[in-house]
Design a protein around this ligand. Structure first.
Ligand code: CTP
Ligand code: CA
Length: 238
């Protein structure tokens, strides 16, 4: 895509993206995390900037990705940090896309110095970690919009990685998740068996709150990002 100028259909729009995985620290050297690379979120930022948007990426841990040209990154560590950074900016964003892999739980307490294996007092803290649920960034943002707290009335896009089982397909789980979260669009990929997480390609479906669904063919994360922006712009227009 280098050199080819894309349509400026996001010109002047403010776009907020979450990307990467959050880290929930147990002590200064240990954390609970996941293997999200942040690539899909950064690809969304790259394409949005090329289509004329002002882009802010709230970035958790990523695979040493460089900031896309024309975008600003806000580095965060934990889910709470990401929550704060998003809520601070949500009311001025036209589009919010939550591509981050967010840790659902965090340790109930965080040690300020490294826990020591073999120390009676630290042994328990390392072998049994009490967890508390993290705030839901996506659901909270939707609720704030419904309450009229977000002046910019953003289009809100979520992500979901789902597996099917013997009762329900991944696509049906995605439909339920879209309804539960209350967002406008949900990009769903089916995972398991080495698929997608941390890979350079993606595929799946984009579901919308009116019941629509479009197939996203297997392609690079840049190609998938372009389709997500097409869907978000189309949603804004209806
Ligand atoms: N998400 C979020 N804050 C959280 C958890 C998830 O903003 N605390 C966002 C993710 O960035 C993603 C969407 O919500 O855009 C769906 O994430 P997912 O983990 O699939 O949803 P959960 O409600 O956590 O459901 P599950 O039990 O399947 O993990
Ligand atoms: Ca989750």
């Amino acid at each position: 895509h280098a050199g080819a100028r894309l349509p400026q259909d996001l010109a002047g729009k403010k776009v907020l993206i979450t990307a990467g995985g959050t880290h929930e620290h147990i002590d200064p050297v240990r954390f609970i995390g996941n293997s999200s690379s942040g690539r899909q979120g950064f690809a969304l930022g790259e394409i949005a900037a090329q289509r004329g948007a002002h882009v802010t990426i709230v970035a958790g841990n990523t695979a040493e990705l460089s900031t896309p040209a024309g975008a600003e990154t806000v580095p965060v560590v934990s889910t709470q940090d990401m929550f704060d950074a998003v809520q601070e900016r949500a009311g001025e964003s036209d589009f919010i896309v939550m591509a981050a892999a967010v840790a659902d739980f965090t340790p109930a307490s965080q040690a300020t110095s490294k826990l020591k294996k073999g120390s009676d007092s630290d042994e328990d803290a390392l072998s049994t970690i009490s967890l508390v649920e993290n705030p839901d960034i996506l659901a909270t943002t939707v609720k704030r919009r419904e309450a009229g707290e977000l002046d910019s009335n953003p289009v809100i896009v979520g992500f979901a990685a789902e597996t099917g089982d013997e009762h329900t397909t991944a696509l049906e789980y995605a439909r339920k998740k879209l309804q539960k979260k209350g967002c406008d669009l949900l990009m769903c990929n089916e995972v398991g068996m080495g698929k997608v997480f941390g890979q350079k390609h993606n595929e799946g479906w984009i579901l919308d709150a009116h019941g629509g669904v479009v197939d996203v063919e297997h392609g690079s994360k840049i190609e998938v990002a372009a389709q997500i922006w097409d869907a978000a712009l189309a949603y804004r227009e209806v």
